[in-house]
Design a protein around this ligand. Structure first.
Ligand code: GLA
Length: 719
């Protein structure tokens, strides 16, 4: 058993391969003792607090104990109710007007497997892979319960936490906040790593010393957003890629969220994450319950790299689903940056034919194929093909593309409605709005109110109708604005539940279709969406240099298998930068490879080069997406970047070397490989030269730094 309860010590132990998580029932409170390197037995909490600390301004709600105040006690799901005046995980307003909760241990159970939070995305797996501890806390004054869920995934030192709040009392209440988890670390010697950004520059790595203060990361935008990702890591100041403690937290949710690390007077750190309490409120009448989203918690004692690889393995195999989870995916060409709205059937077929000749498998038709949409002013919601542009309709076009030997894919923005659309004229009340207030548009569009079941049903029926009517192998599911004028507090979460129902139904009905989510690029790149769609368009910014930053930031949590990455034209449409085709292609190798440019404008030599690149990518895509990813050198710290992917059997190693800006008159850099067998012999497949594993790791390989925008891929096979 990896989870056990020591009845005498009243301690819970959750052991994974190299970590332990320990809690103690202390005067009925659920206290946190340890999460980190694996231990056999923890001291009792009283032994860890040998002298009295309270007094002062800490009220004594645990009289007679050394730790006589919950204001000092390290806790697992703190509430506002008596002495603990730190950040609460849960806030409630009862009919009586008060908001006091005093949770105490009520019961627990331990079982194999892992429950799936109803209606929400979550990690999954077999009964052998997961084991669960469920602890019920009760406030005896109101009957409010919190059922805390701890599911462990032994192999990857991963813990999935969530909470179910049950009103088992006689009074109704407004639930104003319910974090997915909370936890108190004993000290605050941490750096916080998070992924802020904006459109076109998503998920840039930020590392900040906690320094006895508090850091709150959030999105109040109705989606996980470009601006912050629902992820944070706490690391020791000395933690590096390869050494030191790293605690990673990732919320499996796509709506507004809040994540925080809060330092307190005794230099402790409370970390928590969940649905954003801002504008959140939910009525719980007696007997009703609320389920929080799930959070994934990973511990690594070997630095950030190992933390990321643990997240990658679980997200790849135990969060993403569907036919494409493990199989190779088609190399695609998307017409967006090639034509924007200015296309017709002939242009698309010419592009497809050129693409087919160089090995592309899938032609994706982006925005502009429906209604009267020639720009972004109209027609969202009118999912009827524009016969002026596509005279043989979707079916005719799909058949022609198929006849070339290619698959056909289509762009949708199903959650949106243009005020200038037949759908809006028929259902002006279907968009998110508050009666009597303006309907603020973003990109000239409004959002369909997925909190309304009839709107969800409409989307399901419309999409299923189109997807069933012709041969569509791929869908790009876009979402291009944030929410405004939401009609009531708690609406955002109802919207997400509606969206998840729509996604579950549609993806379930069309398992052969590869779905890619998108939100103006990576505005909804989160573990929630990845549960339904195994890849996300990483960013609208396809510039190779910017992508190094974005993809490295994304790789802190999400595997290469989830990142859409395309080769686009130069000068780049977002930043105007000119980068060599070779570099654009090598950067795109580290994701789900595709093209997004007008092939008619390329020289023959460039087309030949792309053909070679696609052949190479196809030969190695399983290695790239199923292997272990290492960050060897970071563009955040220097003018270069280097990454490594090693196959699961450890026999094939792929190394990516990039030099962004050249340094004149300088010796070559050395890049040190990682995770090899030190006694193994590795042969470079280009030169046939054998290398000693330990030398590749500890002496390193040279990386040319003399010129701008250099890129090299080297492959080593173990003999
Ligand atoms: C968003 C997407 C782009 C493209 C356009 C179409 O911005 O991120 O890739 O699909 O919409 O309007």
């Amino acid at each position: 058993m990896s989870i056990c309860f020591n009845n005498e010590a009243k301690q819970f132990y959750l052991h994974t391969r190299s970590a332990s998580y320990v809690m103690e029932i202390y005067e009925g409170c659920l206290a946190h003792i340890h999460w980190g390197a694996r231990i056999n037995q923890a001291p009792l909490l009283d032994e860890l607090f040998p002298h009295y600390v309270g007094g002062g301004f800490c009220a004594s709600d645990l009289p007679g104990r050394i730790t006589d105040s919950t204001d000092i006690l390290p806790q697992e799901y703190p509430s506002f109710g008596s002495a603990d005046l730190r950040e609460p995980a849960i806030q409630v307003r009862f009919e009586t007007g008060d908001g006091l909760i005093r949770f105490r241990y009520h019961s627990h159970r331990i079982y194999n497997g892992k429950p799936a939070p109803e209606g929400l995305p979550s990690a999954y797996g077999t009964e052998d892979e997961w084991e669960t501890l469920e602890i019920t806390l009760l406030d005896e004054f109101t009957g409010l319960k919190a059922v805390l869920n701890y599911s462990i995934f032994y192999e990857q030192d991963l813990l999935a936490r969530s909470a179910k709040i049950i009103n088992s009392g006689a009074l109704s209440c407004e639930l104003q906040q319910a974090a997915s988890f909370a936890m108190d670390f004993h000290d605050d010697r941490f750096d916080v790593i998070h992924l802020p950004g904006s459109w076109g520059r998503e998920r840039h790595i930020q590392r900040t010393s906690l320094d006895h203060t508090s850091i709150r990361l959030d999105s109040k935008r109705g989606s996980s957003s470009h601006n912050q990702n629902p992820f944070l890591a706490l690391v020791r100041p000395e933690t590096t890629e390869t050494a030191g403690d790293a605690y990673g937290f990732c919320l499996v949710y796509s709506g507004s969220f809040m994540a925080g690390a809060f330092c307190e007077q005794f230099h402790t750190t409370r970390v928590q994450m969940g649905i954003h309490p801002h504008n959140f409120s939910l009525r719980l009448t007696p007997g009703e319950a609320f389920q929080t989203p799930e959070a994934l918690l990973v511990y690594s004692g070997k630095g950030l790299g190992e933390m990321s690889r643990k997240f990658h393995r679980v997200i790849r195999k135990n969060l993403c689903r569907g036919n494409y989870r493990d199989t190779a995916r088609p190399v695609l060409i998307n017409n967006w940056e090639a034509t924007y709205f200015n296309f017709d059937e002939e242009k698309i077929l010419t592009l497809a034919e050129k693409a087919r000749k160089i090995g592309v498998d899938l032609m994706v038709l982006d925005d502009g194929w429906f209604g009267k949409r020639d720009n972004d002013n109209c027609s969202l919601g009118d999912w009827v093909p524009n016969l002026r542009k596509l005279p043989s309709g979707l079916d005719g076009l799909a058949k022609k593309v198929n006849a070339m030997g290619m698959q056909f894919g289509l762009w949708f923005e199903p959650e949106m409605i243009s005020p200038d659309s037949d759908l809006y004229r028929a259902h002006p009340d279907w968009c998110i709005h508050t009666p009597g207030r303006p309907r603020t548009e973003g990109r000239q569009q409004l959002i369909l109110d997925l909190a309304k079941p009839e709107v969800c049903d409409y989307i399901i029926n419309t999409l299923c109708g189109i997807l069933g009517s012709c041969s569509i192998s791929y869908v790009k599911w876009d979402m291009n604005r944030n929410m405004a004028e939401v009609p009531y507090a708690g609406h955002g979460h109802r919207y997400m539940l509606g969206l998840y129902r729509v996604l579950e139904t549609i993806t379930g009905k069309f398992p052969h279709i590869l779905f890619e989510s998108c939100s103006g690029g990576g505005g909804r790149f989160d573990a929630g969406m990845l549960h339904y769609m195994p890849q996300t368009w990483t960013s609208d910014d396809s510039d190779a240099v910017e992508r190094l930053y974005i993809q490295e930031g994304t790789s802190l949590v999400y595997p290469t298998s989830t990142m859409g990455a395309h080769v686009s034209a130069v000068p780049n449409h977002q930043v105007g930068r000119i980068t060599p085709l070779d570099m654009r292609s090598k950067v795109a190798f580290m994701g789900r490879y595709g093209l997004e440019l007008d092939l008619n404008k390329l020289q023959e030599a460039e087309l030949d080069k792309l053909k070679e690149e696609i052949t190479f990518y196809k030969a190695y895509q399983q290695l790239i997406h199923c292997g272990d990813f290492y960050r060897l050198a970071s563009p955040y710290h220097s003018n270069r970047a280097a990454y490594q992917i090693i196959s699961e059997d450890k026999n094939t190693v792929m190394v990516f070397l990039f030099n962004v800006t050249g340094i004149p008159h300088m010796c070559a850099d050395r890049i040190h490989l990682q995770g090899l067998d030190p006694d193994g012999v590795y042969v470079d497949i280009d030169t046939d030269k054998a290398h000693d594993g330990s030398a590749l790791m500890y002496v390193g390989i040279p990386s040319d730094n003399r010129r701008d925008m250099l890129s090299t891929v080297r492959i080593f096979k173990k003999q």
